[in-house]
Design a protein around this ligand. Sequence first.
Ligand SMILES: NC(=O)C1=CN([C@@H]2O[C@H](COP(=O)(O)OP(=O)(O)OC[C@H]3O[C@@H](n4cnc5c(N)ncnc54)[C@H](OP(=O)(O)O)[C@@H]3O)[C@@H](O)[C@H]2O)C=CC1
Ligand SMILES: Cc1cn([C@H]2C[C@H](O)[C@@H](COP(=O)(O)OP(=O)(O)O[C@H]3O[C@@H](C)C(=O)[C@@H](O)[C@H]3O)O2)c(=O)[nH]c1=O
Ligand SMILES: [Mg+2]
Length: 290
Amino acid sequence: MKLLVFGQTGQVAREIQALAGPGLEIVALGRDRADLGDPAACVAHIAQTGADAVINAAAYTGVDTAEDEETLATVINGEAPGAMAHAAAERALPFLHISTDYVFDGSGTTPHAPGDPVAPVNAYGRSKLAGEIAVRATGGHHAILRTSWVFSAHGSNFVKTMLRLSESRDALSVVEDQIGGPTPAADIAQTLVTMARAMVGGQGGGTYHYAGSPATSWAGFARETFSIAGREVTVTGIPSKDYPTPARRPLNSRLDCATLETDFGITPADWKAGLAKVVPCVIRELEKTP
Ligand SMILES: NC(=O)C1=CN([C@@H]2O[C@H](COP(=O)(O)OP(=O)(O)OC[C@H]3O[C@@H](n4cnc5c(N)ncnc54)[C@H](OP(=O)(O)O)[C@@H]3O)[C@@H](O)[C@H]2O)C=CC1
Ligand SMILES: Cc1cn([C@H]2C[C@H](O)[C@@H](COP(=O)(O)OP(=O)(O)O[C@H]3O[C@@H](C)C(=O)[C@@H](O)[C@H]3O)O2)c(=O)[nH]c1=O
Ligand SMILES: [Mg+2]
């Protein structure tokens, strides 16, 4: 199988490229070749590709900066995926797109199913919802995979932020009332490739959820990070109102992943196992960058 991937440097894009090998060819396009701010440029790549399926792993992911750049975020996260999905549909290529828990308003305490009502509470969430709607509207063979709280050895993520802060602090206040599933980028990459294979074979399609298990809070995620790192950092759990940010975040980010198992046989993995692999890599990377 040959996959055309938008995104090269991002957490998930890097992990998809790491899966390349016998039976799996990956062509990953970075911003230099395909700028999602220019949807027509992305379409041109799909029109010419010899790939069997297309994955969009690029996005505007700055949750707080999106509050001031919603127009740009909406082009990148909304228009560009829509244009890609349209081009893929015209060539009858399966199109796989990644979305987020932040399309939900975060009410309730039970996991959100894929069909539950969406109502984003911030600009990033609205821009990602625009992408979902545009991809679905093409009517092509597509999958939208919503995930949450992504971490990996590379790129910026919460694990790296916590480990960097712990270099100069032995106590941190971290929100404890936002609950979700931390998800290793490597597991998302594997999931997407499995889905792509099935879709190339004519199976599956629609909106799915995939998040690490079990659900925790950001404070719980931070504590597990420091425990694995062997660092004694006191994490004090605080309510969201005590950690003001430009963008509001949903409180309930739990995702119900059952239909992914039904359609593709994929079950959510324990994020702590993924974290144990990632933490030493992040520590090494931080040691290299003063
Ligand atoms: N990070 C998270 O916690 C979560 C992410 N998601 C979704 O998962 C997907 C992958 O996210 P993740 O791997 O974490 O992303 P990252 O933030 O790690 O990387 C974003 C990627 O998008 C690229 N990109 C941004 N703007 C453009 C542009 N205008 N043109 C081309 N490329 C661009 C970046 O390239 P460059 O290096 O050049 O900037 C980078 O490769 C996204 O759809 C995201 O919305 C969903 C839930 C949680
Ligand atoms: C650094 C820090 C953050 N926080 C809080 C702020 C916030 O509520 C929470 C997480 O902060 P972050 O900025 O890392 O997370 P954020 O950028 O909101 O992460 C989101 O990214 C997008 C792309 C997604 O799609 C989501 O699934 C989610 O992963 O932790 C603290 O409470 N204390 C701290 O010291
Ligand atoms: Mg962030």
